[in-house]
Design a protein around this ligand. Structure first.
Ligand code: NAI
Length: 331
């Protein structure tokens, strides 16, 4: 068996953490032959809860899990890690202004970016904590130079999976039959879920999702708003934000980063723009990407119509505003 990977989950005493650590530790991400050391970080007031989660993980008696380290010291937690799930973030509290929320998160992700100087140079990072794209931007701005910006990403895979699920429900197929949906832009209500290039396996044939659904009003209207508002709809029902599905999506994201995307398929991932599709360089924007040898590449050459361009620009504008506010809060 290969040498163990050292994996960090921040916010491990929270609700996503509770679903996530088990999925990682049982091999869903790095495969059945990869042993793991899991470092669970949370803030000092959560120490007892964190220890409880670590005890449960031990009690799962998982063959791949060599060691569980509950930890409340950030610098120690980042030491020699190969992968990091940055889940812990400041939640929005009642009456809290958006700019105060942003400032609290800037502080967390500035500090965690700096702590990455303890990580391996090959370390891959997914930021889950919201506002995820902007938190990833701040994290990479303060990351040690040995960690390239392209190693720090944000999660839009949950939105991607939600889009697969909505297409499957509409066409009475399964999510596994649908591929190549795209989430463009921010993980927020301005994101643009796009099925113009998506395909579906139906009746023994691969067909264009647009042709099978054949309802432009639905695809340009309800479909987009259901995905954009899915998080809020789940909070409305559960009185808690998505956790099981967020944990699963973050595992899909890192699994594909380490083990590659399937031939002919792409996934959505928020990464620092390389200028593709006219998105200014550096903005952490969700694109369709393929991954090989642990390197992502933005899928090139997809046609963009006026409808898509309008939506892509609107979510870019929001991201640029968030970035400017976050950078101002860094001063
Ligand atoms: P939660 O509130 O249950 O857990 C968050 C945990 O993070 C808490 O245990 C808290 O003590 C910890 N934490 C706070 N600051 C920390 C720091 N500096 N270092 C380490 N730990 C810290 O929240 P939940 O439901 O687990 O969600 C976590 C984040 O993920 C939230 O920001 C949420 O909005 C976001 N989220 C993102 C999604 C996405 O698709 N990108 C989807 C769902 C949630």
């Amino acid at each position: 068996m290969a040498a163990p990977l050292r994996v960090l989950v921040t916010g491990a005493a929270g609700q996503i953490g509770y679903s996530l650590v088990h999925q990682i530790a049982k091999g869903d991400v790095f495969g059945p032959d990869q042993s793991l050391i899991m470092v669970l970080l949370d803030i000092p007031p959560m120490q007892a809860v964190l220890e409880g989660v670590a005890m449960e993980l031990d009690d799962c008696a998982l063959p791949l899990l060599k060691e569980v380290i509950p930890c409340t010291n950030e610098a120690e937690a980042f030491k020699d890690i190969d992968a990091a799930w940055l889940v812990g973030a400041m939640p929005r509290k009642e009456g809290m202004e958006r700019k105060d929320l942003l400032a609290a998160n800037v502080k967390i992700f500035k500090s965690q970016g700096a702590s990455l100087h303890n990580a391996k140079p090959t370390c891959k990072v997914i930021v889950v904590g919201n506002p995820a794209n902007t938190n990833a931007l701040i994290c990479s701005k303060y990351a040690a130079p040995h960690i390239p910006a392209r190693n720090i990403s944000a999660m839009t895979r949950l939105d991607h999976n939600r889009a697969l699920a909505q297409v499957a429900l509409r066409t009475k197929t399964q999510s596994k039959d649908v591929k190549n949906v795209i989430i463009w832009g921010n993980h927020s209500a301005t994101q643009y879920p796009d099925v113009r290039h998506a395909k579906i396996q139906i009746g023994g044939e691969e067909k264009a999702v647009e042709a099978v659904i054949n309802d432009e009003a639905y695809l340009h209207g309800e479909f987009i708003s259901v995905i954009q508002k899915r998080g809020a709809a789940i909070i409305g029902k559960r009185k808690l934000s998505s956790a099981m599905s967020a944990a699963k999506a973050s595992c899909d994201h890192i699994r594909d980063w380490f083990r590659g995307t399937k031939p002919g398929e792409w996934v959505s991932m928020a990464v620092p723009s390389d200028g593709s599709y006219g998105i200014p360089e550096g903005v952490v924007y969700s694109f369709p990407v393929t991954i090989e040898n642990k390197e992502w590449k933005v899928v090139q050459g997809l046609s963009i119509d006026d409808f898509s361009r309008g939506k892509m620009d609107a979510t870019l504008k929001e991201l640029q505003g968030e970035r400017d506010e976050a950078l101002a809060a860094c001063q």
